[in-house]
Design a protein around this ligand. Structure first.
Ligand code: PDD
Length: 291
């Protein structure tokens, strides 16, 4: 454990404890089977950004994997907010994980009685500080994940391998292709721009319903940027004028190189720059005036 994390308070089953003392049982099904779900929630200026949407998605993930939610939506919100207030950093990424809890014997089937384990930690949130001026490189990869990518499951082995493949190739993200079509990034949603029009794949069981994705669509509608939510085939990625990724921790980032080929002019495009500014303005408005 690094010195910087020593003594950091985490939330484990309603107790606040230093991270080095936080222990879960080896019989916990999160450890045994990757049997659990999670959320990553950004806090700016000590306030949760779209917190309700994250909690709603957490409740949807829990329901989808049939883990009884230990808390109501209101209780989740108050636990998460109270936990964030334990940390002095104004910009945090709050990680929430719920597993199916401990089970006396190792059996794939659920235990008769479930006692879900709830864990939360706060990490510093450092969105890209280049003011959207620099893009990143990415690589395409076969999407070999399961067929329920709408669930924010802690079983992330495929995502882990895909992200590491991207890093091993010296790029920031893997854009996932299933049966010739773009699904999403290994830890992000993807948008493309062609002739001034913004396109993104629809949300279904193969894609996570990103909170940032939803904000970008809302901003596009409000500010009359034409959008098309439709399937995007692999070839379109290479002929796009712009490609972007979105996530709660990275916000919106331009992808300016894909499979070692430049996208458009090889730098963040005009639609990206506009959306980046709209997003920053929206963030400030929400945080200081409410939605
Ligand atoms: N991941 N798709 C996948 C597979 C993701 O893992 C994420 C985010 C997103 C974007 O969702 P949102 O805009 O709600 O953050 C899409 C988080 C940040 C993570 O796993 O750390």
């Amino acid at each position: 454990m690094s010195e910087s994390t020593m003594g950091k308070q985490v939330f484990l089953n309603e107790k606040l404890i230093p991270i080095e003392k936080a222990m879960v049982s080896v019989t916990d099904r999160g450890f045994m089977f990757g049997d659990g779900v999670y959320e990553v929630m950004p806090f700016y200026a000590h306030r949760g950004f779209r917190l309700e949407a994250h909690v709603e998605r957490l409740l949807r993930s829990l329901a989808a994997v049939r883990i009884p939610s230990p808390y109501s939506q209101e209780q989740w919100l108050s636990h998460i907010i109270a936990f964030s207030q334990q940390h002095e950093e104004s910009e945090q990424s709050i990680y929430v994980q719920v597993t199916r809890g401990p089970a006396a014997i190792r059996n794939h089937a659920f235990p008769a009685v479930m006692h879900p384990t709830v864990y939360m930690m706060s990490e510093p949130l450092t969105p890209p500080d280049n003011k959207g001026q620099h893009g990143v490189a990415a690589i395409t990869a076969t999407d070999f994940r399961w067929l329920r990518c709408d669930i924010k499951s802690i079983s992330l082995l495929a995502n882990v391998l895909l992200r590491q493949y991207a890093l091993d190739c010296g790029v920031s993200e893997a854009l996932l292709i299933r049966d010739g079509y773009l699904t999403e990034g290994a830890a992000s949603n993807i948008f493309i721009v062609k002739n001034g029009m913004l396109y993104t794949p629809p949300i279904n069981h193969l894609v996570l319903a990103g909170v940032t994705y939803e904000i970008v669509l809302e901003l596009a509608r409000t500010h009359h940027i034409p959008i098309g939510v439709r399937a995007i085939c692999q070839e379109e990625l290479f002929t796009a004028d712009e490609v972007w990724l979105t996530s709660s921790t990275k916000e919106i980032v331009a992808i300016t190189e894909l499979d070692q080929k430049p996208i458009g002019q090889g730098k963040p495009g005009p639609v990206f720059t506009r959306m980046y500014e709209l997003y920053q303005t929206f963030k400030q408005t929400v945080l200081y005036q409410g939605e």
